[in-house]
Ligand binder design. Structure first.
Ligand code: HEC
Length: 451
């Protein structure tokens, strides 16, 4: 009962504060602007100071109750609280002096008026900031640019999207900025401490902070998505969560709210992915092997090895680090392969078709770390044995074997290739049955066989 009464009085604070403001401004206006003040006017002014003191005292008392509910930041409340107390004390002191007919000098009177207005402004400003949020006035000035997304992800992390985690990089920083002043291990309003993942999930006095898989049963999510004027809306002071921050929180909880959930998991929800890309300036598309590879551009001295009619080549990227090389002579020698080995890091596409390549020579290619496309078609000497060496090419995604002598037994080797996506097999000795069995085991690999 008593606590309800106190809550009620506390809720009157924002209303009652306007009384001393109005009264004191009017009193000072009369004092400043009325020349020849007779006794009645002087008495009105004395009364003005009294009512400012009295209504100010009520406002301060109610405010004291309100400040105790934990809905405000202590840093803001302290200035507001003590400048309010100073204002009330000053009003009381001035009223008392006037009441006992103490005569002020003009200069003293003026400084009293100025001090009072300053105190009033400071108190009012910090009070307003607590209810409307910081920079409320400034943000609403016309022509002032407003900052919308507040989440800061460092540039280094933006390029390394594979190592971004939803909780650590997108959720925690927001909670830290907007909630933890009131929900930490020292001060945990509602019994809720958000500074550690475990206690965030556990929640406070009224239940689970996060119920993994169900945002609508998670108090953290519920409280931030209430309408702003709902008494349980969080945060009660300061800047509310933005739309994208709430959407990210919802998506994270919906998908299990694991501590180590990678941001790239969002690829299965294109809408949320798009939102994250726009709001946080991230590029969350799946990257090909080459996009993730940072290779220095090839030195022109190294390129000299290709200065021969036998080789045709071009750069595959503007940074001039990846090469597409084609061997054009009728017959390849082992020396040619040794030449190519000198720039093996840079060769990404290689075409050695129709040049009488042998099984042993294929062995030289096993050390080309960045080879992604290899064409060795129309080399009728090649057999299953030769392509075994290609198993080591971890990044090979396209392989053209048409017109070679490989047969169904080669599928064992081909099945080992981790990055294989496309395979050309027509005019070889593989059978339709062999292909069908291979496809059943590796549905992601596209087989072009012309059978
Ligand atoms: C200025 C202080 C303050 C800030 C900032 C704040 N809260 Fe609170 N919060 C409180 C107080 C006081 C309570 C207890 C009274 C109540 O339940 O409303 C509370 C209670 C809660 C509860 C209920 C706990 C329970 O189990 O009873 C949740 C959930 C919550 N806050 C979430 C948040 C979230 C999320 C944020 C950040 C977006 C936040 N709060 C920011 C003061 C704050």
């Amino acid at each position: 009962m008593l606590s309800e009464l106190i809550d009620f009085l506390a809720s009157l604070h924002p209303l009652v504060v306007h009384l001393p403001i109005g009264i004191i401004l009017l009193t000072i206006a009369i004092d400043v602007f009325m020349k020849n003040k007779n006794n009645s006017v002087q008495r009105v002014i004395t009364m003005g100071w009294f009512f400012s003191f009295f209504t100010g005292l009520l406002a301060a008392l109610f405010g004291w109750f309100l400040g105790d509910n934990g809905y405000y930041f202590e840093s803001q409340i302290n200035i507001h609280r003590w400048s309010g107390v100073a204002f009330v004390s000053l009003c009381f002191f001035i009223w008392l002096m006037r009441y006992i007919n103490f005569r002020f000098s003009r200069a003293f009177n003026r400084s009293i008026n100025i001090t009072t207005v300053i105190l009033l402004t400071v108190t009012g400003h910090f009070g307003g900031e607590m209810t409307h949020g910081q920079n409320y006035l400034v943000e609403n000035l016309p022509f002032v640019k407003k900052e919308i997304s507040s989440l800061k992800i460092t540039e280094a992390k933006k390029t390394e999207t594979d190592s971004l985690f939803v909780y650590e990089d997108l959720v925690y920083p927001v909670l830290e900025e907007k909630c933890m002043a009131c929900h930490n291990q020292n001060k945990a309003y509602g019994g809720l401490n958000m500074s550690a993942f475990e206690s965030l999930v556990k929640g406070g006095n009224s239940g689970a902070g996060i119920q993994k898989g169900n945002p609508y049963k998670s108090l953290i999510y519920k409280r931030v998505s209430f309408p702003h004027d709902h008494p349980k809306f969080m945060p009660p002071a300061g800047v509310p969560l933005s739309y994208d921050q709430i959407a990210t929180l919802e998506w994270w909880i919906d998908n299990g709210a694991e501590k180590q959930m990678p941001v790239t998991l969002v690829r299965k929800d294109p809408k949320v992915q798009r939102m994250m890309e726009l709001q946080y300036g991230l590029d969350l598309r799946e990257k090909t092997y080459l996009e993730t590879l940072q290779l220095a551009s090839i030195a022109s001295s190294d390129l000299k090895v290709l200065e021969d009619e036998k080789y045709m080549w071009r750069f595959l990227n503007p940074e001039e680090s990846f090469l597409d090389v084609k061997f054009t002579a009728k017959k390849i020698e082992t020396a040619d392969l040794l030449t190519l080995q000198k720039i093996k890091k840079n060769i990404t596409w290689l075409n050695l078709s129709d040049c009488k390549l042998s099984d042993e020579q294929l062995g030289y290619l096993s050390e080309f770390p960045n080879l992604t496309r290899l064409k060795i078609q129309k080399n009728p000497m090649l057999t299953n044995k030769g392509i075994e060496a290609l198993q080591e090419l971890e990044n090979l995604s396209q392989l053209n074997l048409y017109g070679t002598r490989i047969n169904d037994a080669a599928f064992t080797t081909l099945g080992q290739m981790k990055s294989l996506e496309k395979l050309f097999l027509w005019n070889t000795r593989v059978t339709a049955k062999g292909i069908a069995a291979f496809k059943a085991q590796h549905p992601d690999i596209e087989v072009i066989a012309g059978l």
